[in-house]
Design a protein around this ligand. Structure first.
Ligand SMILES: *Cc1c(COP(=O)(O)O)cnc(C)c1O
Length: 388
């Protein structure tokens, strides 16, 4: 089976992890700060906080922005459930903004309409909006940022798909148009630490809060303490928030540092493969991913949309035939509001129609750094046989 995604682990990566295992620190040593420096230098942000997953990063990002009971967070239905769950972890409510029909990202125009509608009707405005750079293609951040100023919400970019990408020529993660950006380093993503995530920000206060939340709410920094530490011994620390243990290990961080040295190559190769797909699939009854001109996508996923009216088979039949013939296709994502858990919260099918249309005909076909031309040809030839 040709997988839809796969990590690329070199001897250099393996050595980096082994070196840590033979060192004094398995956790809370020098590798995590090194990895954080690597990330913030790469994406051009002032602060980077490494944690054990992007899910944890989303959680502490929401907490740092003060999301709590009575607040509402808005995100897109076409994302992994974690982008929405983070609001629920904070006892806040969640709502969705439908996607743009061409980019499949949270639609900035629909966001504006929904904000205007909420304002006019005295409904709750969002405390935080979480745009997701689906497949690595950046959302319309400049426009979302302007809306944030106008309607008073904060912005968390879920860039789990997007490390190494650029928006208007500048790296995703620089937080020029957001408060916090979150990356994932799960093995299917562009860079991996096995499990892991990072939150970047340019705001010292947010960085300090996220630092507390990722490690029990405990600090040794006197400036963050409620009373003078002077009367206490040098062992003294204070718990000032209810935090978690979301720390990244030294093995993960060392793997991350080693992987990051190949980031440019990872993203360049993904773009090369995607451009090759664009050409090879041009005559088939499907839509290839539109790329907006002022962005450079990390190309985490390559999603095709079947033109079902020109195909004799159903979406499911095409999907199953591809799997049967060794093509490890997938579907990113089932609209979050249609999940049973979210239906129980009151969401209904039919509420976000562009997302539901997307779900009727989208398929993610294999794309990963080590993919060979032969593997890619096999994907194309199999698709061609099934669709024509
Ligand atoms: C993978 C992913 C996450 C969660 O990442 P983890 O590191 O596995 O917690 C969140 N959002 C999106 C869009 C993702 O693709």
């Amino acid at each position: 089976m040709i997988p839809y995604g796969k990590q690329d682990i070199t001897q250099q990566d393996i050595n980096a992890v082994i070196n840590v295992l033979q060192s004094d620190f398995l956790t809370q040593g020098p590798q995590v700060p090194l990895f954080e420096k690597e990330i913030k230098d790469t994406v051009n942000a002032d602060y980077a906080l490494a944690v054990n997953s992007a899910t944890s990063a989303l959680h502490i990002a929401c907490l740092a922005l003060g999301v709590g009971k009575g607040d509402v967070v808005w995100t897109t239905p076409i994302t992994f459930v974690a982008s929405a769950n983070c609001a629920l972890y904070c006892d806040a409510d969640i709502d969705f903004v439908d996607i743009n029909a061409q980019t499949y990202n949270l639609c900035a125009d629909k966001l504006e309409q929904k904000l205007r509608h909420a304002k006019v009707n005295n409904l709750a405005l969002p405390k935080v909006v979480i745009p997701v750079h689906l497949c690595g293609q950046p959302c319309e951040m400049e426009k979302i940022h302007i809306l944030g100023r106008k309607y008073g919400f904060s912005i968390i970019e879920d860039a789990s798909h997007a490390i190494g990408g650029k928006y208007k020529g500048r790296p995703i993660g620089n937080c020029e148009y957001s408060d916090i950006t979150v990356f994932s380093f799960h093995p299917v993503k562009i860079v991996t630490t096995a499990e892991g995530g990072v939150a970047t920000t340019n705001c010292k206060k947010l960085a300090q809060k996220m630092d507390l939340f990722r490690s029990h709410g405990v600090t040794r920094d006197e400036s963050l303490m409620t009373t003078d530490a002077e009367n206490h011994g040098s062992w003294y620390y204070q718990q000032v928030e209810l935090g978690f243990n979301y720390r990244m290990t030294e093995m993960q961080a060392a793997l991350g540092v080693s992987q990051m040295s190949r980031l440019h190559d990872f993203v360049a190769k993904r773009n090369e493969l995607a451009t090759r797909y664009d050409k090879l699939l041009i005559d088939l009854p499907l839509i290839t991913p539109l790329q907006i001109t002022d962005s450079y996508s990390g190309r985490h996923l390559y999603v095709i949309r079947l033109k079902l009216s020109n195909i004799e088979l159903s979406h499911q039949q095409v999907f199953n035939k591809l799997r049967e013939q060794g093509i490890g296709v997938n579907l990113h994502y089932i609209p979050v509001h249609t999940q049973p858990y979210y239906q129980n919260l009151g969401f209904k099918e039919g509420q976000f129609q562009e997302s539901e249309r997307y779900y009727q005909d989208a398929i993610s076909i294999p794309l990963f750094h080590l993919m060979t031309d032969e593997q890619q040809n096999k994907v194309v030839n199999t698709l061609t046989k099934i669709l024509t």
